[in-house]
Write a protein that binds this ligand. Structure first.
Ligand SMILES: NC(=O)c1ccc[n+]([C@@H]2O[C@H](COP(=O)([O-])OP(=O)(O)OC[C@H]3O[C@@H](n4cnc5c(N)ncnc54)[C@H](O)[C@@H]3O)[C@@H](O)[C@H]2O)c1
Length: 353
């Protein structure tokens, strides 16, 4: 069987997770790397044995040997690169957030329909083993009707700087960067109900706190703390047409005592925690039970989840599987994220038809 040839566009931090997982998949040939920063592209190509490097992604699109691409660039470039790839006959795995505007989201969806090529959105937490274990319980109705979900993803100090904090390139701050993961995994586990209304708040109170010493944090490949045009905190209440609601709060920085991640769902027959550790809460013979699954990892395992996401994408490209994170879900998630920003800007709840 001939291997599928992959191009990776954007050779910064997260490309390493994609490249590593492709390298572990024997149905794949890692063929090309593209980055605006030529040295970065060449270094990754050398490390992973890719035969071609590109600086301009349009040139990569003309390379008919490439079957599929991973897009690991700044958020504002995802849509144009994905559309160009689909139009040149390539399947696409695009990092989250899928894009930064509804217009671009619809254009991506149209292009998938028009070309018949595959697009998978990098909602990596959907592919994590803790998510998939819980999904099985939900499908078997162990939680009953899920009517409330709650996510918190708080960094007390963690604005990555560079393009992440430049709203033109990122489209927003912690909401679009880390909030997207926790909102999406809950929405996926809730069965992707249709959004009815959103009430959100964003705050720019603390800035990026570049003055802080003696505490290290994640920084972008091209770290630059001097520009910061994104929110440092966001919260929202999302209402769904089926009556369920989702409450979320996220931050790049906050005067919190510690970082916190928590992802929880509550239903009529039981509840569940995906983070900080997989747990299921139920009731039997008038007694409440907290069930502790005995599995290799009860929390988000970064390496496992990326491997599962990439392996799944490769099988999608080979026509053996349907993606777990299709473009339609990317469109809906763009609607949720844009809706939170719109509600915060207008200072009122917004409604969808
Ligand atoms: N799934 C996850 O858990 C996860 C984690 C981190 C980042 N991400 C996403 O991955 C993407 C990249 O993030 P990162 O942390 O790797 O950023 P990064 O700054 O480390 O790397 C981005 C790279 O893209 C390159 N680039 C930008 N525009 C380009 C273009 N038009 N053509 C070619 N190269 C281009 C930059 O030169 C840079 O090397 C973002 O969309 C981010 O949201 C996802």
């Amino acid at each position: 069987m001939s291997k599928i040839k992959i191009g990776v566009i954007g050779a910064g931090s997260i490309s390493e997770a994609h490249l590593n997982a492709y390298a572990n998949n024997d149905k794949v040939e890692l063929y090309a790397i593209c980055d605006l920063n030529e040295e970065r592209a060449k270094a990754k190509a050398e490390k992973y044995g890719a035969s071609k490097t590109y600086v301009d992604y349009h040139d990569l699109m003309n390379d008919q040997d490439i079957d599929a691409v991973s897009i690991c660039t700044w958020n504002n470039t995802h849509a144009d690169i994905a559309i160009a790839a689909l139009n040149s006959g390539k399947n696409v795995l695009v990092e989250k957030p899928m894009t930064t505007s509804m217009e671009k989201a619809y254009e991506m969806e149209e292009t998938v329909k028009k070309t018949g090529k595959k697009l998978q959105v990098g909602f990596v937490r959907r592919y994590a083993s803790n998510t998939q274990i819980l999904k099985k319980f939900i499908e078997e109705d162990d939680l009953g009707e899920i009517y409330y979900a709650k996510a918190t993803c708080i960094r007390r100090l963690g604005n990555p700087g560079g393009w992440f904090s430049d709203i033109e390139r990122s489209g927003g701050g912690p909401l679009i960067d880390i909030g997207v993961h926790v909102i999406d995994v809950l929405w996926y586990l809730m069965g992707c109900p249709k959004v009815k209304s959103i009430s959100g708040n964003t705050y720019n109170k603390l800035g990026n706190r570049k003055n802080i010493k003696n505490l290290s944090f994640y920084q972008a490949a091209d770290y630059d703390p001097d520009k910061n045009t994104v929110e440092d905190m966001a919260n929202a209440m999302i209402r769904f047409e089926n009556g369920a609601s989702l409450l979320v709060d996220v931050s790049f920085t906050l005067h919190a005592k510690q970082d916190e991640i928590s992802v929880k769902l509550y239903g009529t027959k039981g509840g569940a925690e995906v983070e900080p550790s997989l747990a299921i809460v139920t009731e039997k013979y008038d007694t409440i039970l907290n069930l502790a699954p005995q599995v290799d990892s009860t929390t988000f395992d970064f390496g496992q989840a990326f491997q599962a996401e990439i392996d799944h994408f490769v099988d999608v490209c080979l026509g053996e599987k349907e993606t777990l994170s299709p473009v339609a879900d990317g469109v809906e998630m763009t609607k949720i994220l844009s809706g939170i920003y719109e509600s915060a800007e207008k200072g009122k709840e917004i409604y969808f038809d």
